[in-house]
Design a protein around this ligand. Structure first.
Ligand code: MG
Length: 443
């Protein structure tokens, strides 16, 4: 039934006839018919994982092929610490599950692939699912001849404002690093004294002398870090001024009560946000933390499960959701997570480290472009090798991340170039970090 007959059927024929002249109605009907003709049913013919490592991180890309020659989609399933488990989950399980199913019904695919393992919400299967999910969004965009952000409703901004990482082993080195980031155009800079937890400030690692653990195990003690961090903020505020937003990542390494005291002390330096002040296992401390300080809190880099973020958002206990979107199961759940945050005043700060593929960074940026409650994006740098493997990867300019306007994610993969960068021999792990007496430190 065309629109005129439909309107007649509900008693609005006269209104329909008045509002749309016959010629315009026919043109509208034809456009609709032409558009639906273009969407012939397409099936998935293969899902496979591609591995590559152009910059050291172990990247896992999932390619979904269809029964239309040349039409495929790409997704990110990178889990740097356990990449081969994702490869197995994709090639041995999701491929068989998805073959023969429609490329079009992304929501249906996500829901059923999610429960196809029965047990769910873990990092390995979430990354595999993310690869499949993102690849279907890529295909959807290619079929519509639009970038993915257009499928979501278009742009809310011209590019994604980003923060960059500044670091140094002492205050002077850090100050120089902050200035250099500001000269590159960054208005937001994350400041850290050396590695997470400022391990070089710690005292003698007695566990090493005692032969506890192995020599490569890392070391950090809370007290030197807790004393140095407010001084670091004071120095950077005094030397670099008020015209830069300062961020800092606690990286979950201290006790909850130490985090509460630290954030209260940092309040006077007006941080843009303090990231991951608590380990995910200590989510229950957020109400106490929130009641004692107005420092903006970013949380969630290690989250995999909706139960970890729903209460924090709906109880307004954090300011930025910092999820790694492949760990959360891909673009489909992350888009919903962003929408949940919008109603509770929680902005996004998607995790965007080197161990996310350019496809994953692009997915972050497509969300950043569309959603109203975008907060900030972690910036990324790609070398020439990475750009050869992933033509179309997002670019940085003046502190902003930019996307191209090609359909889908706007990124391709050069599989021959990818094969030139096999995984390192080390299959991937997060090395232990210990306190002076050898006690294991999270994460
Ligand atoms: Mg972090």
């Amino acid at each position: 039934m065309n629109r005129r007959n439909l309107l007649k059927g509900i008693g609005l024929g006269a209104l329909g006839a008045m509002s749309l002249p016959t010629g315009a109605q026919e043109a509208s009907d034809k456009r609709y018919t032409d558009a639906t003709k273009g969407l012939r049913p397409l099936k998935i013919t293969k899902v496979r994982a591609i591995t590559t490592s152009p910059m050291g991180a172990r990247l896992v890309i999932i390619k979904v092929e269809t029964d239309e020659p040349g039409l495929y989609g790409l997704g990110c399933g990178t889990y740097n610490q356990r990449p081969l488990t994702v490869v197995t989950a994709v090639n041995e399980y999701l491929d068989g599950f998805a073959r023969g199913r429609s490329v079009d019904d992304i929501e249906d695919m996500w829901q059923n692939a999610y429960t196809s393992s029965y047990w769910r919400n873990g990092p390995v299967l979430n990354n595999a699912l993310s690869g499949l999910d993102m690849a279907l969004w890529d295909i959807k965009g290619k079929r519509a001849n639009m970038p993915v952000y257009q499928l979501l409703g278009g742009r809310s901004r011209f590019a994604a404002d980003c923060y960059s990482h500044a670091g140094g082993r002492d205050f002077k080195e850090l100050e120089d690093s902050v200035r250099s980031k500001m000269e590159q155009g960054f208005r937001h800079v994350r400041i850290q004294l050396g590695s997470y937890g400022s391990s070089h400030l710690s005292q003698k690692p007695h566990f090493r002398e005692a032969g506890f653990g192995v020599p490569s195990d890392g070391h950090m003690d809370s007290l030197p870090y807790l004393k140095a961090t407010p001084k670091m903020f004071e120095h950077i505020r005094n030397t670099c001024g008020e015209d830069v937003e300062l961020l800092h990542d606690v990286h979950e390494r201290i006790q909850p009560i130490e985090a509460i005291n630290l954030l209260k002390e940092l309040e006077q330096y007006r941080p843009f946000f303090i990231e991951d002040p608590l380990a995910p296992e200590q989510n229950g401390y957020f109400p106490q933390l929130r009641n004692q300080t107005s420092v903006p809190i970013a949380m969630g880099e290690l989250f995999n499960n909706p139960h970890e973020w729903v209460d924090l958002i709906t109880n307004r206990l954090i300011d930025f959701i910092r999820v790694h979107i492949t760990q959360a199961g891909g673009f489909t759940p992350s888009r919903k997570l962003a929408t949940l945050g919008e109603w509770f005043g929680v902005r996004t700060a998607w995790h965007g480290p080197g161990d996310l593929s350019p496809v994953g960074h692009a997915a972050n940026a497509h969300l950043d472009m569309n959603i109203h409650n975008f907060g900030i994006q972690e910036s990324v740098y790609f070398n020439d090798a990475m750009r050869e493997v992933f033509p179309g990867a997002p670019t940085m300019d003046n502190g902003y991340m930019h996307l191209n306007d090609r359909p889908g994610w706007g990124i391709d993969i050069n599989e021959k170039a990818a094969a030139k960068h096999p995984f390192p021999e080390d299959p991937g792990t997060w090395l232990p970090i210990r306190r002076r007496d050898g006690t294991a430190v999270r994460p």
